[in-house]
Design a binder for this molecule. Structure first.
Ligand code: HAM
Length: 415
């Protein structure tokens, strides 16, 4: 029986992994410029962290978690998202004790048991950032602008930013009543999911994919904002405008996770089939305290790298090509083979990208390999040359060949 990868997972193979390396390098490069430091947290955590952090009535917690009992009979869960673990670590390591705003980023796999489709996997990857300790709207704007700039520098075309404010808990409680007054007469027309969400988490009704036609006249949460929330949102928008980040306001944008307060936003783009959200995030002022930490605010985003990679491919974006081989070494004769093994290692230790044949193939086949690997040079060593301490170095571009002393091989290649 041949094994297959689990449903909803992916092998990222050479030829494609270069796109991923490009995306990840961009994420790291931007994180340096925006002064976010990398954090690496475990890919599994106590189940309760996600129940309390992400929210018990969310789809993620209710339906999508990979939860298991470990041998010590503890309930553990593969992380469905990055924020909860980072918040746990922020609290556990007392990072809130630092005087500066704590700005962190992460890149890594996340796990959700969902129905796979283009851009939706069971193991997927996020690039995420989280900034703790600041309530200033300038950091909300920084986070939104960061993700937008990331998409732009990757080269993605047509990325749109949608923002909303979902206020503080008091605002949401008041809005909830207003919204239910609007939804109650529609109840029978709405789908089963919406009906159940009306009872448990009415804001999420607005997120329904099938019932949007009924919500055109839904009351806007923006009309329910109190002065503090409204001022915060105004400032975020002002900063975004000043930064040149184009955005649209979507007063029906509610995120799928429960921890958000104030700013909520999403990045959207066409080109991944039915799915158009490539990332999202927002502010979460109650989360740190909610999982037992001090009362510290936070704001961040998570961007799905599968979705970025898909659009990159669809839009035919050219990425910088990895450096090809400097030299392919070819041995003709038994003693020459041993010397080539040694020379190969020497070249590599001197920073040269070098390769040889390991299968005892004929010279012609080896030359073809050198071609396939786009080697700049081939270096051919026969037993005769070896006895003279020389090697034939051939430029693959010009076909020009010359004898060089073995001791000066690296030097010649670098030259
Ligand atoms: P999220 O909206 O649940 O937010 O996920 C963020 C992004 O992860 C999505 O927009 C999508 O690109 C990607 N994603 C989610 N599920 C899948 C999947 N099954 N397959 C492929 N990609 C997927 C969060 O996770 C928050 N932690 C973001 C955040 C950080 N908010 C504040 N800080």
């Amino acid at each position: 029986m041949a094994f297959q990868k689990p449903t909803g997972t992916q092998d990222i193979l050479p030829g494609n992994v270069e796109n991923w390396q490009f995306i990840e390098e961009k994420a790291r490069d931007l994180s340096r410029r925006f002064n976010y430091k990398e954090i690496r947290t475990p890919i599994f955590e106590q189940t309760e962290l996600f129940e309390r952090g992400v929210g018990e009535t969310t789809d993620v917690v209710e339906k999508e978690m990979y939860t298991f009992r470990d041998k010590g009979d503890r309930s553990m869960t593969l992380r469905p998202e990055g924020t909860a673990g980072v918040v746990r670590s922020y609290v556990e390591n007392k990072l809130y004790g630092e005087p500066d705003t704590c700005k962190l980023y992460y890149i890594g796999p996340m796990f959700r048991y969902e129905r796979p489709q283009a851009g939706r996997q069971r193991q997927f990857h996020q690039f995420g950032i989280e900034a703790f300790g600041a309530i200033d709207p300038s950091i909300d704007a920084e986070v939104v602008a960061f993700g937008y700039q990331f998409c732009r520098e990757i080269g993605l075309q047509g990325v749109k930013v949608e923002i909303n404010s979902i206020g503080n808990p008091a605002v949401r409680a008041a809005y909830r009543d207003t919204l239910l007054n609007f939804l109650n007469p529609l109840r029978d027309k709405l789908c089963k999911d919406c009906q159940s969400r009306m009872d448990r988490n009415p804001l999420r009704v607005l997120d329904c994919k099938v019932d949007q036609q009924y919500f055109t006249d839904a009351p806007s949460i923006l009309d329910s904002l109190d002065e503090e929330c409204a001022t915060h949102f105004e400032k975020v928008k002002q900063h975004l405008t000043a930064m040149g980040v184009e955005y649209t306001i979507n007063h029906r944008l509610v995120r799928g996770l429960d921890y958000y307060t104030h700013t909520a936003f999403e990045y959207k783009a066409q080109g991944i089939g039915a799915i158009d959200t490539i990332g999202g995030g927002g502010r979460y002022n109650g989360l740190v305290a909610g999982i037992g930490g001090p009362d510290q605010p936070g704001v961040g985003f998570g961007i799905g790298l599968e979705r970025i990679a898909l659009i990159l491919e669809k839009q035919g974006i050219a990425i910088p090509q990895p450096k090809p081989l400097d030299v392919y070494l070819i041995a003709l004769g038994e003693q020459a083979e041993d010397e080539v093994t040694k020379q190969l290692h020497i070249l590599r230790t001197q920073g040269i990208i070098a390769e040889k044949d390991y299968k005892g193939r004929k010279m012609k086949a080896q030359m073809k390999s050198a071609d396939r690997m786009q080697a700049r040079f081939t270096a051919i060593l026969g037993d005769d040359e070896l006895s003279r301490g020389e090697i034939a170095l051939k430029s693959m571009a010009t076909g020009e060949q010359k004898m060089v002393p073995l001791a000066r091989l690296a030097e010649e290649i670098i030259k």
